[in-house]
Ligand binder design. Structure first.
Ligand code: HEC
Ligand code: HEC
Length: 295
């Protein structure tokens, strides 16, 4: 009796170790960016930076901090994070990074020394960015004045305060990009899909998360949490239609922050409108609405 049991236990143990090895070894590799630094356009990059909300998380506006020199506290169930200094400062910012280093951070959540980044930095969405948009963003970041400053260190729950744990996390929850357009859909739909799923990272708040903080990809945009635990409603086509939203209402709300009932979009959505969607072209806001309202 004992022998088969021992056999079974060691088999399970062995399978568990193999599983762990797999999770550590199968993490997605960074992709090679096929562009050089000179191929980026800073003006276009500034527009993508707005769309992607980089400034909000990396600038302590309330504390009077310099642009992109380090962000305000971001409260999550896993602890408090601070967006680091991403100005071109050599010591405390990205001054020594290459375009490839930047692409690795944005699309694979990896630092130049190979350490992994916490997904509160929404690289699971940014991984969809095209190489051209990455090069443009990088060109824009280089035009920002270099500031020597450090954001406070993250204050994380002891259990997850270990970047090595992010390797298996990435195996489970990072699906590498770039975005692939759907040839059966219109240009506007594809543009909207790119913005919502990629740079706009709408799912970071509007898609529910599992216990490990991964986005539940089977329930996209079905309602999640904004920063600090506030509720972000479902923005699926069905949910928006049930609430009576038309494409024109969505376009207007993303531009002005006002809902069809005259309410003001508050909390972190207020910040998204203020820092991001109000600066987009009407064409891009229309594309977002087209995508959100499609089945
Ligand atoms: C929701 C908040 C948020 C947004 C939006 C955001 N970031 Fe971050 N970012 C962070 C946090 C937090 C970290 C640090 C994560 C960590 O400690 O692992 C980070 C890390 C980074 C890093 C790595 C820096 C380093 O020194 O390791 C880069 C580069 C970066 N962000 C660039 C950007 C760019 C460019 C954008 C816009 C396209 C952006 N971020 C948008 C929160 C954000
Ligand atoms: C940082 C978190 C966050 C991000 C990112 C975010 N949202 Fe929101 N969103 C919210 C919250 C919170 C609300 C609820 C606001 C309220 O009730 O005042 C909301 C509300 C909305 C609403 C109104 C829905 C309704 O039924 O009232 C729409 C539409 C919307 N968001 C679209 C978007 C789109 C499109 C994006 C991406 C470009 C996006 N959101 C990104 C947090 C976020």
């Amino acid at each position: 009796m004992i022998r088969p049991l021992l056999y079974l236990v060691s088999l399970c143990f062995f399978a568990g170790i193999c599983g762990l090895f797999y999770l550590f070894l199968a993490a997605p590799e960074p992709r090679h960016i096929g562009l050089s630094e000179t191929e980026g356009d800073a003006v276009r990059g500034t527009y993508i930076a707005r769309m992607a909300g980089c400034i909000g998380c990396h600038t302590d506006s309330k504390g009077g901090g310099a642009q992109l020199a380090g962000g305000p506290a971001i409260e999550t169930p896993f602890g408090v994070f601070y967006g680091p200094n991403i100005t071109p400062d050599e010591r405390t910012g990205l001054g020594r990074w290459t375009l490839q280093d930047f692409s690795d951070a944005m699309t694979a959540g990896q630092k130049p020394d190979g350490r992994r980044l916490y997904p509160v930095f929404p690289y699971t969405a940014y991984t969809l960015l095209t190489d051209q948009d990455l090069a443009d963003l990088w060109a824009a970041l280089k035009t920002v004045p270099a500031v020597t400053d450090r954001a406070p260190p993250n204050r994380l729950n002891a259990l997850i305060d270990q970047r090595t744990l992010l390797i298996p996390w990435q195996t489970l929850f990072l699906t590498p990009g770039p975005f692939e357009p759907d040839p059966d859909r219109s240009e506007a739909w594809n543009r909207g899909a790119y913005i919502v799923e990629g740079p706009g990272h709408c799912g970071a708040c509007h898609t529910p998360r599992n216990l490990l903080g991964g986005l539940e990809e089977s329930r996209p945009l079905a309602g999640g949490e904004g920063s600090g635990g506030e509720k972000a409603p479902a923005i699926t086509a069905a949910a928006l239609e049930a609430e009576g939203w038309t494409a024109a209402d969505i376009v207007a709300a993303l531009r002005t922050g006002l809902t069809p009932d005259g309410d003001v979009l508050g909390g972190s959505m207020g910040a998204v409108v203020h820092g991001s969607t109000q600066h987009l072209t009407d064409e891009d806001r229309q594309a977002i609405a087209t995508y959100l309202l499609s089945d």
